[in-house]
Design a binder for this molecule. Sequence first.
Ligand code: G6P
Ligand code: MG
Length: 220
Amino acid sequence: QHIACIFDLDGVLVDTAVYHYQAWKQLANSLGFDFTYAQNEQLKGVSRMRSLDMILKWGGIEKSEAEREALASLKNSWYVAMISKMTTDELLPGSLKILENLKAIGAKIALGSASKNSALILKRTGLTHFFDAIVDGNEVTTSKPDPEVFVKAAELLGATNKDCVVFEDALAGVQAAIAAGMYVVGVGETENLPGAQLVIKDLSEITIAELLALKNQETE
Ligand code: G6P
Ligand code: MG
């Protein structure tokens, strides 16, 4: 099958948004302001340092480069403590099944994530063995919406960009996949993910047969 699948991690395969939220909220509170769940939504797919910059801006706080590095590390230490306890129960609906079914047809599978914690999350949730390639925040220099993360993943899979299907829950990620010339399946709400060829609520809403049919239609 000429299909290679690239999965975003947070919000597509696993439910980590709640931990990012708790850790960022704790950081904001320690600096004397609050941080809402709605604000957390805006940080989906956004790198750690850029997330911190947005939060400091919301709090009306300015910090030096060194202080920002320290705050990001502090948030990450809290976040890592939380994800270190994750279990397979925190996989989002349909993740395990789609990965198993893709493996069964011999499709190549990659991870394309902005997170620098992907190895730990994959390990805790038992997904590591599914991936032929892993590209995360440790490997990229330019974050989504730049296509670098997905282009690197395709290269590692030995796939051409147009043979790749990207699964993404963040607008920046959808834009990155489009910029790479890939087929994008948005995971979430249609109105939040303009540009995706298809939007599903979660991975349980699509079968491999449907995916192959859509992909073939597209390239005809
Ligand atoms: C994902 C999440 C973001 C997070 C980013 C970096 O894209 O959706 O909320 O900020 O990864 O994660 P990290 O684990 O490196 O802090
Ligand atoms: Mg995501």
